[in-house]
Write a protein that binds this ligand. Sequence first.
Ligand SMILES: Cc1cc2nc3c(=O)[nH]c(=O)nc-3n(C[C@H](O)[C@H](O)[C@H](O)COP(=O)(O)OP(=O)(O)OC[C@H]3O[C@@H](n4cnc5c(N)ncnc54)[C@H](O)[C@@H]3O)c2cc1C
Length: 362
Amino acid sequence: MQQIVENRSKCFGCEACSYSCPAGAVSMVSDKEGFYYPAIEQEKCIDCGMCQSVCPSLNPDVFDAEASFYAVRVKDQVLLQKSTSGGAFSLIAGEILNKGGLICGAVYDEDHTVRHILADDITPMRKSKYVQSSLGDVFGKIKEAIDTGRTVLFTGTPCQCHAVKKLIGDSGNLWLASIICRGVQSPVYWQEYCRFLEARHNGNLTYYCAREKIKTDDAHTVLYTVGQETYKTDYMKDPFCRIYSKELSLRPSCYSCPYTTAVKDFDFTIGDYWGVEKEYPDLADGKGTSLVICGSERAEELLRRCSGDADIRSADPDNSMQPALVSPAKEGFLRKFLMKDFASKGDNGDSDIATILKKYGV
Ligand SMILES: Cc1cc2nc3c(=O)[nH]c(=O)nc-3n(C[C@H](O)[C@H](O)[C@H](O)COP(=O)(O)OP(=O)(O)OC[C@H]3O[C@@H](n4cnc5c(N)ncnc54)[C@H](O)[C@@H]3O)c2cc1C
């Protein structure tokens, strides 16, 4: 228990400790930046060490898998348009669903949170949400499904995949697909941003997508609906997305992320194929191409089975490299000021989301 408390700066906020505690002594509480951390009720703690044993941060993974790299694009143009990159997630999930499995992925909730659900409908899971997703009770649901013989594909950030692996253990029925991840933003910051949009446009926010693909721009359009109106802007002109892309608002642990390596011990790692123009110029048409890194033999096999539904080509690892596969995001000095402004918001009335967007989103 002590290690969990001391490990705060490296805590991924995956909630594995909280879920696994048999005494119900660990809950997740948000700090001033709006990120969630475990809080331990000493009087309930039975010192069993369970929280420490499942913590992915305290138990680093060993990345010793063989990996092979692929450029992937689904053939179905509607599916491609609905996906952030080349639709690799839908392709892989489709195979698992066809065999009677279930998918666990991140969705926007009505209360403006992002959380993981286990379901057989992947529609709301599509599209990148640049906010920390809550795993909550989904660990239990995955375990229940696996215990009854169902196959489950978990998709999420690498630290979340590692947490699920630690909690569920080695099971042939569990598949892990990690997204390439530059970092996540705080759920409370996101909720306040949603409230800001609602106040600004005077209505309820009913749709938000940071990576809409409405033209051939590799899904770099922000689209949201408040009330009856839909608003759109270029990703890099949107202050909220600019702040994210400048890496000013990430969870502290993202700045020392141990998963910024191409080879991870998961079945799949999927992301945007950044270097596609160097290797396959015909795929660099702005419609999106996925980079898929297979980390297991069964992942290779699954991908082979998909060849009728997707354009799948082997990729040169040297052309596929990008920052999130090489080193963690750098914590610029401005992050401290942004978070200070966010935390002091309301104290003197001069720092709110509008101020933050204006000050840091240029
Ligand atoms: C926070 C974040 C940072 C990313 N950073 C990079 C990057 O630096 N480089 C890069 O190449 N790609 C990055 N990606 C991944 C990329 O944007 C696409 O999500 C990925 O290529 C899958 O696209 P797709 O077309 O296959 O699937 P889509 O159909 O768009 O599926 C999206 C998938 O992402 C998962 N997902 C969405 N939001 C979250 C979230 N908040 N937490 C956990 N899982 C989530 C969904 O469960 C689903 O599996 C990032 C994604 C996220 C969410």
